[in-house]
Design a binder for this molecule. Structure first.
Ligand code: 5GP
Length: 129
């Protein structure tokens, strides 16, 4: 999938659309999800133009990858949800591709916290081979 420069998160990075900013550095931007799924629901996106984890992993520089990954923990500490910052922990989710229900085609991690989050995915009967 080629990168769509008009996706909503590209517009947020360019400042064309506002966001409730949590954190920003050279590599990452974090802001509140507009439709929170938990008491704390932050999004963390790289500044570079990457569609998903695979694109980022294959094409980002080591500096970008390290910077982005460090930003995730910085945000978790800043929000006070990491155990290291006195919180009860969090769940980190990155959707990629149609089965995952990825809506916005710019890599983003969801950082969810603030209540017991239950099972990782909706329980559904899965046919085991
Ligand atoms: P996805 O389904 O792609 O993993 O998640 C996209 C997320 O972006 C959703 O949780 C959705 O609520 C959030 N989102 C979509 N548009 C906007 C927006 O304009 N601003 C903010 N802050 N979040 C958005």
């Amino acid at each position: 999938m080629s990168y769509d420069k008009e996706n909503i998160f590209a517009k947020i990075i360019r400042g064309e659309i506002p966001c409730d900013k949590i954190y920003e550095d050279d590599y990452a931007l974090s802001f509140e999800d507009i439709r929170p799924q938990a008491p704390s629901h932050a999004l963390i996106i790289p500044k570079g133009e990457y569609t998903d984890v695979n694109d980022f992993s294959a094409n980002a520089s080591n500096e970008e990858i390290v910077g982005f990954n460090r930003a995730i923990a910085i945000v978790a500490d800043k929000l006070g949800i990491s155990e290291q910052s006195g919180g009860n922990g969090y769940r980190l989710i990155a959707n990629a591709g149609k089965d995952s229900h990825q809506e916005v085609p710019h890599l983003h991690f969801h950082l969810l916290a603030g209540r017991p989050l239950g099972p990782m995915v909706l329980a559904e009967k899965i046919k085991l081979k």
